[in-house]
Design a binder for this molecule. Structure first.
Ligand code: HGY
Ligand code: MN
Ligand code: MN
Length: 399
């Protein structure tokens, strides 16, 4: 079995979710911490010097940590019930690529680092790419410190419990200066590569995307003693809002809008909820269109809520503009991977956050069904191997 597949196989039981299926590896939970330890051991076995920075980003160095290094990596955290490849494929491929470069006798002319970014999915604290946003200053540090998980734990407390000093998280110009070029390999989350032909594509851009929280307020009450005519049920309003989200986005070509998470409060079977929180993920290539989409959705939500005797509020939780990867770097990568198609992606990545600060690029590896953020996400062994070789070729060409 090729190295990259062997590496993925060695973590295949970490964080399995027996209820949802797939993997649940939220940042700073046991499965994700176990994967960090796995990464550190694998990197050290390759003679890489491992360090964690003040934002919890792990760097494994081949050569001295210095400015202008070539950096590659991805993330190890997952969405709830996620697939085996979203994140870990990029990390395992980077480790396998280091093996290939060493077996080729490559003597890097500049340092190379393999990095693991924490909380890329935003599954625990609600903001995607939290690690790279902190590194680049793309998130207000106080806002970050006060982000809370579902149990009410703040990011500051959880980070502190895991060895970080919350007073020191935030923009890190010294660490950022060490990134001369950043290349992230990732499973394709779509079917651009299809079933035939090249298994590896070069990324061109990332769709602008954001997350908003809608809170629908109603009158909590007893499910048995409250007549239907006497209700202000936020669950009924929320259900209509979910459909309105779909209907509004469906009218806007190329828009995507999803309500993937909905939490009734208090959430009892025999209780009319007093509040329903729902989270909206909306995306479009044109950031102005996304803004109009949110306006339209919020307008519809206000009308629906009023019709149900309820209220509704909307709060933006995070937003990332559409990003185009570095043209020169992407062109160079295209030369190193002749025939590789160029694909845009609708998924966010740390490479997208970094792209505003350092030359960044991405490689995508074929996922036959295109399904992701699901246990059905899949990469064939031979395509994963091809991805590791492609990454090694790119790194060799850039070193
Ligand atoms: O949500 C995204 O696009 C990414 O998978 N974090
Ligand atoms: Mn990912
Ligand atoms: Mn993802």
């Amino acid at each position: 079995m090729e190295t990259v597949n062997r590496l993925l196989d060695s973590i295949k039981d970490v964080g399995r979710d027996a209820v949802r299926g797939g993997y649940s590896r939220a940042v700073y939970t046991t499965p994700e911490l176990d994967l960090r330890q796995w990464f550190i051991e694998q990197a050290q076995q390759r003679g890489l010097d491992v360090e964690a920075d003040r934002n919890g980003i792990t760097w494994a160095w081949w050569g001295k940590p210095r400015d202008g290094a070539l950096v590659t990596g991805s993330h190890l955290d997952s969405v709830p019930g996620g697939g085996a490849f979203d994140g870990p494929l990029g990390v395992a491929s980077a480790l396998a690529a280091v093996d290939l470069l060493k077996s080729r006798g490559v003597e890097p002319r500049r340092s190379l680092a393999v990095t693991v970014f924490p909380e890329e999915e935003g599954s625990r604290f609600g903001v995607a790419c939290l690690g790279s946003r902190l590194l680049t200053g793309a998130i207000d540090v106080d806002k970050a410190r006060n982000l809370r998980d579902a149990d009410g734990n703040t990011f500051a407390d959880v980070a502190q419990a895991n060895g970080l000093d919350p007073r020191h998280v935030g923009p890190d110009t010294a660490a950022l200066a060490r990134i001369g070029d950043f290349v992230e390999l990732h499973v394709e989350q779509g079917r651009g590569l299809g079933d035939q032909g090249p298994a590896i594509a070069v990324g061109s851009s990332i769709l602008g995307h954001g997350r908003w929280k809608l809170s629908v307020g109603g009158q909590g009450n007893h499910a048995g003693t409250t007549l239907m005519a006497d209700r202000a049920d936020p669950m009924v309003a929320a259900a209509q809002i979910v459909v309105a989200v779909r209907d509004t986005a469906a009218k806007q070509p190329d828009a995507r809008a999803t309500v993937g998470r909905l939490t009734p409060v208090p959430g009892g079977t025999n209780v009319i909820a007093s509040r329903v929180d729902l989270w909206l993920d909306a995306r479009h290539p044109d950031d102005a269109v996304t803004a109009q989409l949110i306006e339209a959705i919020y307008g519809a939500a206000r009308e629906i809520a009023a019709g149900e005797g309820c209220t509704v509020s909307l709060t933006e939780e995070s937003y990332s503009n559409t990003v185009h990867f570095d043209p020169a770097l992407s062109r160079r990568i295209g030369e190193l991977l002749p025939g590789a198609p160029v694909l845009a992606t609708g998924a966010g990545h740390d490479a997208g956050v970094l792209a505003g600060h350092v030359p960044s690029a991405m490689l995508f590896v074929r996922n036959p069904s295109g399904i992701s953020h699901s246990p059905e996400e899949y990469v064939a062994d031979e395509d994963a191997s091809a991805g590791a070789v492609a990454l090694a070729d790119v790194l060799e060409g850039l070193l």
